[in-house]
Design a binder for this molecule. Sequence first.
Ligand SMILES: [Zn+2]
Length: 229
Amino acid sequence: MCAQCGLPMAAGLTESSSALLCGACRTDKFHFDLARVYGLYRGVLRRLILQLKFRRRERLAQRLGSLLAGVWQQNEAVARSETPLVVPVPLHPLRERERGFNQSWLLARELVRSLPASARAKTLRLDRRLLARVRMTAPQTGLSLSARRENVRGGFRVRWPERVRGGSIVLVDDVMTTGATLSACAVALRAAGAAQVFALAVARATPQFPDFPLSTADTEVDARAGEQT
Ligand SMILES: [Zn+2]
């Protein structure tokens, strides 16, 4: 996988180099230090995320959040960060009201609950409202990386910069696609003085690894998923 954004790559492309980077990270760096996901956005994992978001299966957040805790512990840079601040990627308030919850917040909360006591003892903090979505962005579906970056540019604001200054931030999202949203969050956090920004997502959607054929029920949920992210 790419050392920075975690993009899975075909085995034939890997070299012995310890810092292998994907095309996007080589040409136009992301603003987070590191992004990691639990798995690919397909099959059962994708179905669970869609059910969490669109069928209000909020209890699924417990299981998916515990998967994120595993990613946290497996990643040395994240696991060793001092007094990290865990921050969910916000939804626009109108969208959150419509859905009734922010799935990234549920995942962030369950992630923290699932971490072993030794990790939580490092005065880890959870900050639900630190980031604000400044404007309603158009859905990212179907846009290229550069179009997605343009779409979310300046879309986030840090409400309390003093909480961020000099610290380590762990951003939490459900699905990472191009990384444009997480990178836009990182831009705001860096501008507020964050020293390190890590991004954790449950799943990575990438055209290199498309989903399996869908059942009718899935297609229905997918159509709705395409409308909003
Ligand atoms: Zn990369």
